[in-house]
Structures are given as structure tokens and as C-alpha cells.
Design a protein around this ligand. Structure first.
Ligand SMILES: [Zn+2]
Length: 264
């Protein structure tokens, strides 16, 4: 790509990624102050192998998409969710770039089409792509045509929620019982005795999503992390027609968060 294509114009070298032990930082993209044709990528050596791969791909995303904006990018995982809007925007773009680079859609489509989706399949695919299970689940949500919702719980409280485009289109949204929300009672997520449910459990969709019709079903999957009190919930809802009334203004933010970049 260097230095003549639009991706690498004016740049001669990106140095091979190097470890840089800064506690506050997952990765960095840095322009050499003495030579503007040279850039370097740094990653946190304490992160897992999968996380490091994702970080390097994320920094490459800043290089391709954003390097004209500033000479240095210091990235942490949190700013994708909690940073100022301008920071959040470019961090999400770099994450989407990394997702698409490490988990190409044609392979993902082929592997997903072989069997019905459950956590066994998603974890096998994550291993094939050498990405974390969480990164694969987020990619799945952005990619799938199913009505699917991914929820990440930290110490029993909702940290983030991703909805697939058809979940957004049909106004599927999970019950909010506080701020931050806790898992609704009667769900696997709320059951402290069950750490893993990889095959999924069939439930009435209204337990999770109060606006769903009473005959609709949802399949709930659960993955608990051993290190800390963190839980991933995957919900796959029965398919539904888009709702007739227009309340799209309510969904502007979640559309922005990924569909805009994906559609470019
Ligand atoms: Zn970044």
C-alpha cells in the first residue's frame, strides 16, 4: 500500500508493531516527529494474543482512516463506549475497520451458514479468526440478518448493548429496570447458578423485550468470564415484520454507532 495508493499516500514505512508497557493504553499509532513518512504501532504486551492482534488492526484502521487528523493516537478499550463523541466516533470506526480486516464477511457468511447459531459455533469461529469471543460476538451482531441483541454485564449491571440491524428495524429493545439496568428476573442472565448456556434456552420474548408480542420466542445464551464478574448475553429473537409506526428518531444513536460506517 505504501507509498502510492490512496491508503498509504506519502508514507514510506509503518514499523513492525512493538510492545510498549503503558498501563493506561491498549495501543498507539505514532508518527515519527523527525520523519513524517514513517509511522509506528505499539501495543500493550500484557494483553492476550487475541487482544493484541485486534489492537494492531485497530491502529492500522487509524492509519488508513484518520492519520491526516493528528500525529498520535492513544487508544484504550473504554473510549469506544465512554469517550467524548468525536473520540467515540473515530474509535468505533477503527474498531469496525479491525473487525472487518480480521473477520472478513465472506468467510463469516460461509461458516455461519453451515449450522444454526449457538455459542459453540461462535466460539469455534472466534478461534479460527484468532479473535476474542467478545470481538466475534460484536462482529456477528453487526453482520447477521437475524434479530439479535448482545448484552455485556459488568458486576451485574448493563455495560453495553449491541443490536443487529433487523433488531433495530423491528424496534426490539431489552427491558430497562433501572439505570444502569440489571438482568430481568426469570432470565438466564439473572440466574447466578448458571454460568454457561451455550446451546441456548427458549423463552417468551416478552421476558426480555416487553414490546414483543406474547407469542414471540427468544433464544437466550449465556457466557460468563472466570476472571471477573462479567457476563455476555446473546439473544436471538424469532423473526418479525418491521413495526408499522415510525419511531426511528429513538434509534438514531444505535444506528449511528455502526451502520453508517458499514454502509460506506
Ligand atoms: Zn483507537
Amino acid at each position: 500500500m505504501l507509498p502510492d495508493t490512496p491508503y498509504g499516500q506519502g508514507v514510506k514505512v509503518i514499523k513492525p508493531p512493538q510492545a510498549l508497557d503503558i498501563a493506561s493504553c491498549e495501543g498507539s499509532l505514532v508518527r515519527n516527529p523527525d520523519d513524517t513518512t514513517e509511522w509506528g504501532i505499539f501495543y500493550n504486551p500484557k494483553a492476550s494474543q487475541e487482544r493484541r492482534r485486534f489492537t494492531v488492526a485497530h491502529e492500522l484502521g487509524h492509519f488508513v482512516l484518520h492519520r491526516s487528523q493528528k500525529p498520535r493516537f492513544n487508544c484504550d478499550k473504554e473510549s469506544v463506549y465512554s469517550g467524548a463523541d468525536t473520540v467515540k466516533g473515530i474509535e468505533r470506526e477503527a474498531d469496525d475497520f479491525a473487525s472487518n480486516l480480521l473477520m472478513p464477511g465472506d468467510l463469516l457468511r460461509a461458516w455461519l451458514s453451515q449450522q444454526s447459531v449457538d455459542l459453540h459455533l461462535l466460539s469455534t469461529i472466534a478461534q479460527r479468526f484468532q479473535v476474542s469471543f467478545e470481538a466475534l460476538c460484536i462482529r456477528f451482531i453487526k453482520f447477521t440478518e437475524l434479530r439479535a441483541i448482545l448484552v455485556y454485564w459488568d458486576n451485574g449491571f448493563l455495560k453495553y448493548e449491541w443490536r443487529s440491524s433487523s433488531a433495530i428495524r423491528t424496534r426490539a429493545r431489552i427491558r430497562r429496570n433501572g439505570d444502569p439496568a440489571e438482568p430481568p428476573s426469570g432470565t438466564l442472565a439473572a440466574d447466578a447458578d448458571i454460568a454457561q448456556e451455550r446451546d441456548g434456552l427458549d423463552l417468551s420474548a416478552a421476558i426480555w423485550c416487553p414490546e414483543e408480542a406474547s407469542h414471540m420466542r427468544v433464544r437466550e445464551f449465556k457466557h460468563s468470564y472466570t476472571a471477573r464478574d462479567r457476563v455476555l448475553t446473546l439473544l436471538i429473537l424469532e423473526s418479525a415484520e418491521p413495526r408499522a409506526w415510525d419511531r426511528s428518531w429513538q434509534d438514531r444513536e444505535s444506528l449511528n454507532s455502526y451502520d453508517q460506517f458499514g454502509s460506506r
